[in-house]
Every structure is written in C-alpha cells, then in structure tokens.
Design a protein around this ligand. Structure first.
Ligand SMILES: *[C@@H]1O[C@H](CO)[C@@H](O)[C@H](O)[C@H]1NC(C)=O
Ligand SMILES: *[C@@H]1O[C@H](CO)[C@@H](O)[C@H](O)[C@H]1NC(C)=O
Ligand SMILES: *[C@@H]1O[C@H](CO)[C@@H](O)[C@H](O)[C@H]1NC(C)=O
Ligand SMILES: [Zn+2]
Length: 303
C-alpha cells in the first residue's frame, strides 16, 4: 500500500534503530499544509489577530465568537456522524510545530479510507484533514470560542474538507468548503479516565519545541480517540471562518458544549513551544468576533 521512496531514520529509546516509511501522499499533504501556511503570510498573536488584514478585517462572518445558549436557536437536527473514526490510521503520524500551533496532518486509515463526518447542519460529507490546538499561558485561558462568556484552557480543532472539493485551497474559496469540530479542553490535576489518543500526541510535544520541528507519534491512533469520551450529541453550529489568516469564510463550525478534561502536566507542554521568532508560542487564540446577527444553532440531546 505504501509507495514511498523516502525512508525515515528513527532512534527508539536511544538504542534500537527502526526505519519507518512515509507514503508519498502523506508527505505531500504535510508539505501542502506548510505551503498553505506560508501562502497565508507570516502572522502572529501579538494583538490576538486584531492586526490581521484582508478578510480578517473586512469579513462579516468571522470566527471565533461567543456562543451564548440563551441567544441560540435550539433545533432538532440529526446528530453528527463520525464515519471510520474508529479505524486505525496509517503510521507514521507526524506532528509539526508550524510556528502557530502544534499540527498533525491526518493520514488515511490502514484500510485506505479517509474518515469523514456528516449530519448536523453540515452541507455534505467532510473528510478529516488535520488537528491542532489553541492555548493560553500560565495564567490565561486560550480557547478561541467562548461558551456563555467563558473561555476554556485549550481548544482543539479537527479540520475537515467537503468531499466535493479536490483540495483545501478550493474548499477555502467556498462557503460550504470546510467543517471544523471545536473541542473545549479543561486542565485538571487528576483524571478518572485517560485519553490515550491525545496523550500520544502530547507526549511528543517536548520534541517539537522549536519552530519547524516535527516528531513521530508512537503507537497507533484513530480519529475518534481525539474526542475521548465527550458527549457529541450537544453542540453549537454556525457559519463562520478560519481563525487564522486569510480568515476565509468557509467554515461550518461545530463546537461541543461538553468539555474534555485533560491533565495539567500535558497541557503545560504546549506552553513551552516556540514561534518562528524563538519567542514562547503562547496565547495563540484570536479575539472574539462580532456575530453580525448570524444565526447560532444549538442541538440538544433528547429533542
Ligand atoms: C467501527 O465501528 C463500526 C460501526 O460503527 C463497527 O462495525 C466496527 O466494528 C468498528 N471497528 C472497529 C475497529 O472498532
Ligand atoms: C521533519 O524535520 C526534519 C528535520 O528538521 C526534516 O528534515 C524533515 O523534512 C521534516 N519532515 C517533515 C515530514 O516535515
Ligand atoms: C450556512 O449558510 C447557508 C447559506 O446561507 C445556510 O443554508 C446554512 O443553513 C447555514 N448553516 C448554518 C449552520 O448556519
Ligand atoms: Zn484552529
């Protein structure tokens, strides 16, 4: 299945040596992701995005926003469906410090399928592309969306592309191009349940402290593991934008109201990452945007 010419040398436990093959396709998608990032220009979070130009300034359907239950339209819509979310992904799984976040491009499953979501108010099937995080600092919370005026410690974004568009570039040009799952994360000292999937990602963070560095995740992963055991039946959904330049208004947002508890010692590793200027990569969240009278929907359980 894997057709690569490129081989990776990995030192495991500093002694044994293993060769890991990366498929051309996965390598191409990682490079494309980096290219898209560069095309969006250099940007930083010095002013929480208030200095970003173009659609970031002029747009009228921007993200993130404050999701307020009493202002939302409670609707009876289908639940989101997570297709192939329980299928093991191909390895290697590579996480990169792209100067703005810790990002993992998600490869195909071992069976060669691409996990996708539909349902909710999603206008089609949306294939999973990548996952990344937004966080605060030692004394600030860093979620992008707020729920009832409250920010959470970290917000995870799982980015999906409408299957009707060939590339992320095409999708970004269309209002129905992308769907993002937003998962709020709360830093806790003790956990009754463990999220093995996320732990695998966070365990590699010390290896990607520097801008442009990458690391390979140990073991196997499926996309569903990222969600842990959160309740997925209740979520806010609305039309918005990317929260990084060029802030394209191409996203159907789905933000779960249930919060994922995650160990403080893991979340603290995010705060050690550095941006391209070798400064601490902290508070990488955009400020709250105006809803401009957009409809915000809330799917409740048992409707
Ligand atoms: C994944 O879920 C489907 C149904 O949702 C089930 O039939 C299948 O056995 C599951 N596969 C794994 C690997 O758990
Ligand atoms: C990972 O980092 C190494 C060392 O900087 C680099 O040579 C390699 O191209 C990177 N791999 C990917 C997939 O980005
Ligand atoms: C997004 O906008 C489209 C086009 O106006 C509309 O049909 C759809 O219902 C909106 N979706 C949400 C979640 O607001
Ligand atoms: Zn994001």
């Amino acid at each position: 299945m894997i057709t690569s010419s490129l081989w990776w040398l990995l030192t495991i436990l500093g002694s044994a040596v293993a060769y890991i093959e990366i498929s051309e396709e996965y390598l191409t998608s990682i490079k494309q992701d980096a290219a898209d990032d560069q095309a969006a220009g250099e940007y930083n979070y010095d002013e929480q995005g208030d200095d970003w130009q173009g659609t970031c300034q002029t747009g009228t359907a921007q993200s993130p926003i404050d999701l307020i239950f009493s202002d939302a339209k409670i609707v009876s819509i289908p639940r989101l469906r997570f297709n192939y979310y329980n299928q093991t992904l191909r390895t290697p799984l590579i996480i990169t410090n792209n100067g703005h976040t810790a990002n993992m491009v998600i490869p195909l499953t071992r069976d060669g399928t691409r996990p996708y979501i539909n349902g909710g108010l999603l206008p089609g099937d949306f294939e999973v592309q990548s996952v990344h995080f937004h966080w605060g600092s030692r004394n600030t919370k860093g979620s992008e969306h707020a729920i009832n005026y409250e920010r959470y410690d970290v917000e995870m974004h799982i980015v999906h592309k409408n299957t009707k568009y060939a590339t992320m570039g095409d999708a970004t040009l269309n209002p129905d191009g992308l769907a993002v799952l937003g998962i709020m994360m709360r830093s806790v000292n003790r956990l009754s349940t463990r999220n093995y999937g996320l732990n695998k990602i966070f365990n590699q963070l010390p290896k990607i402290v520097e801008y442009n560095s990458n690391a390979t995740i140990t073991g196997t992963l499926n996309v569903g593991q990222l969600l842990g055991n959160i309740v997925t039946g209740e979520f806010y959904t609305y039309n918005g934008s990317l929260t990084t330049p060029d802030c394209a208004e191409a996203v159907t947002w789905n933000v779960f109201s249930d919060v994922l508890d995650f160990p403080h010692r893991q979340i603290a590793k995010l705060l050690n990452l550095q941006d391209s200027r070798k400064r601490p990569l902290i508070n990488n969240y955009r400020s709250i945007q105006d809803t401009n009278d957009r409809e915000i929907y809330y799917r409740a359980l048992n409707l």
